[in-house]
Write a protein that binds this ligand. Structure first.
Ligand code: PPE
Length: 304
C-alpha cells in the first residue's frame, strides 16, 4: 500500500500510521461496516470529487439499513472528505469512507459497540489495469451466486457482504481471469465482484435491474445518463448467462474500474475481441467529464 499522510477518524485528522482500531472491535469479527469508494480527479480547474453527494447519500442509506447511527451529518462528512483530499495533496485519488462498529462487548448483538467513521485517500490507478481499460479484459462467470435479496440487504454496501465478492474474485483470478461475474440464483447476470455490467446488442445498451441482486452503482447511473444523451437506447433487463456470449459488446462500470471493456467471457470472444464502438464512445464521454475536458452539464464534479 502506498501510504498517505492523514486519515480522518471520528472528526480528527490522524497520521496514517496511527489510524488504528482494537482487534476485538465488532467489525473485525462480524464484518459490521458499510463503506463507499469515491474518486477525486485533477483537472485544469483544480481537484473535483465525482458525484460526492451521491456517495455520501448511499453511505448514510447503507448505515441506516444496519441501524448504524452516524454521529456526523452528511454535510460534515462531505466537508471532511474534501479536507482529507486537500491535506493528502494527491493529484488524483480514490477515497474510502468506512462506518464501522468499534470496540465494546463481543457477541453478535452490535448495539453495545460504538459506531465509528473514517475517511482515507488512496493512490489507486486503473483497478483492472491500464491495459485492460484500453484493450479489454477477460472475465468468467463465477460458480458463486450473487447474494439473494432475502439473505443480505443488497442496497447496503456493507463490508460483510463482500465475503461473497471475495470468493468471486478469488476464483476468477486463480483461473486466470481479470474478473468474475456472478449470476442470481435463477441464472441471470448480476454483477462483477466490484463492478456493474452492461452489454451492447444491436446498438442498444442493456444492464440488469436492481432486482438481479446488484449494487446500483453511481457509475452505472452516470453511464445510463450519458448513453441516453448520446441517443443510445438503454434498458434495464434480465440477461441470461449466454446473453454475455452473444453480445456485441460487454463492459464493466464502477468507481474503481470506471468504464472497462470486456474482450472475452468464459474464453468466448465478445464481438471481435476488441472494445467496441459504443463502449469506446461512452468511455470517452465519461473520461471527458472526469478529466475536465468536456463541460460538466450534469453537475457531477464537486470542487474540493
Ligand atoms: N457492484 C459492486 C459489487 C461494487 O463493489 C461496486 C463498486 C459497484 C457495483 C459499482 O458501484 P459504483 O462505484 O457506485 O459505480 N466497487 C467499489 C469497491 C471496489 C473495491 O475493490 O473495493 C468501487 O469501485 O469503489
Amino acid at each position: 500500500m502506498n501510504e498517505g499522510k492523514l486519515i480522518w477518524m471520528d472528526g480528527e485528522m490522524v497520521p496514517w500510521r496511527d489510524a488504528k482500531i482494537h482487534v476485538l472491535s465488532h467489525v473485525v469479527h462480524y464484518g459490521s461496516s458499510v463503506f463507499e469508494g469515491t474518486r477525486s480527479y485533477k483537472t485544469s480547474k483544480g481537484s473535483f470529487c465525482f458525484r460526492l453527494a451521491e456517495h455520501v447519500k448511499r453511505l448514510f442509506f447503507s448505515a441506516k439499513i444496519y441501524r448504524m447511527e452516524i454521529s456526523h451529518s452528511p454535510e460534515e462528512i462531505t466537508e471532511a472528505t474534501k479536507k482529507v483530499v486537500r491535506e493528502n495533496e494527491l493529484e488524483a485519488c480514490y477515497i474510502r469512507h468506512l462506518v464501522f462498529r468499534g470496540y465494546g462487548e463481543l457477541g453478535v448483538n452490535p448495539l453495545t459497540c460504538p459506531v465509528r467513521v473514517m475517511i482515507a485517500t488512496l493512490d489507486w490507478g486503473a483497478y483492472l489495469g491500464e491495459e485492460g481499460k484500453r484493450d479489454g479484459i477477460d472475465i468468467c462467470v463465477s460458480s458463486w451466486q450473487r447474494l439473494a435479496h432475502d439473505t443480505m440487504p443488497l442496497l447496503s454496501k456493507a463490508g460483510g457482504h463482500y465475503l461473497n465478492n471475495q470468493l468471486i474474485k478469488l476464483e476468477a483470478t486463480q483461473n486466470g481471469y481479470a474478473e468474475g461475474v456472478a449470476l442470481t440464483s435463477s441464472g441471470f447476470v448480476a454483477e462483477g465482484s466490484g463492478e456493474n455490467i452492461f452489454i451492447v446488442k444491436e446498438g442498444g445498451l442493456i444492464t440488469p435491474p436492481s432486482a438481479a441482486g446488484l449494487l446500483p452503482g453511481i457509475t452505472r447511473h452516470s453511464v445510463i445518463k450519458l448513453a441516453k444523451d448520446e441517443g443510445i437506447k438503454t434498458s434495464r433487463q434480465m440477461i441470461p448467462r449466454e446473453g454475455l456470449y452473444i453480445a456485441d459488446e460487454v463492459f464493466l462500470t464502477g468507481t474503481a474500474a470506471e468504464v472497462t471493456p470486456v474482450r472475452s467471457v468464459d474464453g468466448i470472444a465478445v464481438g471481435d475481441g476488441k472494445p467496441g464502438p459504443v463502449t469506446k464512445r461512452l468511455q470517452d464521454r465519461f473520461e471527458g467529464i472526469i478529466s475536465g475536458r468536456d463541460e460538466d452539464k450534469y453537475g457531477w464534479m464537486e470542487p474540493v
